[in-house]
Design a binder for this molecule. Structure first.
Ligand code: NAD
Ligand code: UDP
Length: 342
């Protein structure tokens, strides 16, 4: 049987590259499209070293209508698209809202149009737990109402899901799945791919590892007065390798026509909430490093606690997160050291 071809937008990035590895290992043929605005061409070589396969790669800005239309025409034999491409820095999106709305929403519009014009009928979208805003009930199920996210970045996810829903309503033969990620951290065990933030990291894990290697002076923990066990905010951290596997399961559900509805959403988390101090303690244990940290006031827009009820993904996709918080902090630390020593 001919291998099925999957278009992966943003496949050179952090989550995309791990998913490309999982897809190749599951026998799919991949074409990555990415403009490298937040990734590096060396990732292609790393994917090839891990899997023994070099995926096709095209350097295209997906907000370019013409180039994207041509790209889809060239790859009209693809059976699905996984759309990772987006800008993702929350703080930057507050400063540059137009840039974020333009980039993230035009990418999705061009992707959906490319699918429509070339009868590529399946799409998976990278969404985020940010669409739940300040949750009323924890753990959060997919039934919870989405709310206006606090940042323009978050709002691009909410609007993108609504755009997909509207598109799929009038395209009953097309199917889409939106995956709502909680807090992806960690790196591939090969130490060949991982998160590579540019500039000062916004996110907790890269800030911890960069502090431990001495690039940052200390971690500032935002808030110690939350109504949580130790006063620091709680999140559902999920290993990027587990997250990548969920995409393979979601893809199989689409390609095997198992979906009940032509637009489905799934939470991707472990279901366990850890505080910032839990993450710091796990890092200190797995890395054998003492971390410099101090407490700061709460960060604006942060919710006290956010963790998933992942039962729907567990039962319907047959997917379970298997890696622990210690696996996550250990692999992030190995990756950081590898990056600094190469
Ligand atoms: P990333 O920045 O590492 O990867 C995104 C990729 O998209 C990059 O390689 C970038 O070069 C590419 N890209 C951006 N704009 C593009 C454009 N106009 N044309 C072509 N390529 C473009 O980010 P990531 O962490 O791998 O995130 C992947 C997806 O998951 C994003 O949609 C992100 O919003 C979403 N997400 C990420 C997290 C997280 O914590 N990392 C959490 C929830 C959702
Ligand atoms: N955080 C922190 N210091 C940092 C970065 C993050 O204390 O330098 C906290 C943040 O307040 C939140 C948690 O770590 O409670 C996870 O933040 P991150 O930005 O990684 O993800 P978010 O949940 O905001 O998407």
């Amino acid at each position: 049987m001919k291998t099925q071809k999957i278009i992966v937008t943003g496949g050179m990035g952090y989550i995309g590259s791990h998913t490309v590895v999982a897809l190749i290992n599951s026998g799919y043929s991949i074409v990555i499209v990415d403009n490298l605005c937040n990734s590096n061409i060396v990732v292609l070589k790393s994917i090839s070293e891990i899997t023994g396969v070099t995926p096709e790669f095209e350097n295209i800005d997906l907000t370019d209508d013409n180039k994207t239309a041509q790209f889809f025409k060239r790859h009209n034999d693809a059976v699905a698209v996984i759309n990772f491409a987006a800008l993702k820095a929350v703080g930057e999106s507050v400063q540059k809202p137009i840039w974020y709305y333009k980039n993230n929403l035009n990418i999705l519009l061009n992707v959906l149009e490319g699918m429509e014009n070339n009868a590529i009928k399946n799409v998976i979208f990278s969404s985020s737990a940010t669409v739940y805003g300040l949750p009323d009930i924890l753990p959060i199920t997919e039934e919870a109402k989405t709310k206006r996210p606090t940042s323009p970045y978050g709002n691009t996810k909410k609007i993108a899901e609504e755009m997909m829903e509207d598109f799929l309503k009038v395209q009953p033969n097309f199917k889409g799945i939106s995956l709502r990620y909680f807090n992806p951290i960690g790196a591939h065990e090969s130490e060949k791919i991982g998160e590579l933030p540019t500039g000062i990291p916004n996110n907790l894990m890269p800030f911890i590892t960069q502090t431990a290697v001495g690039i940052r002076k200390e971690l500032k923990i935002f808030g110690k007065d939350y109504a949580t066990e130790d006063g620091t905010a709680v999140r559902d951290y999920i290993h990027v390798v587990d997250l990548a596997e969920a995409h393979v399961k979601a893809l199989k559900r689409l390609l095997n026509s198992e979906a009940n509805d032509n637009f489905e959403v799934f939470n991707l988390g472990t279901g366990v909430g850890y505080s910032v101090l839990d993450v710091v303690k796990s890092f200190e244990k797995t890395s054998q490093q003492k971390l410099n940290y101090s407490f700061e006031k709460r960060r604006e827009g942060d919710v006290p606690e956010l963790y998933a009820n992942p039962s729907k993904a567990n039962e319907v996709l047959g997917w379970n997160a298997t890696l622990t918080l210690d696996d996550m902090t250990a692999s992030s630390w190995n990756w950081e050291q590898k990056v600094r020593n190469s």
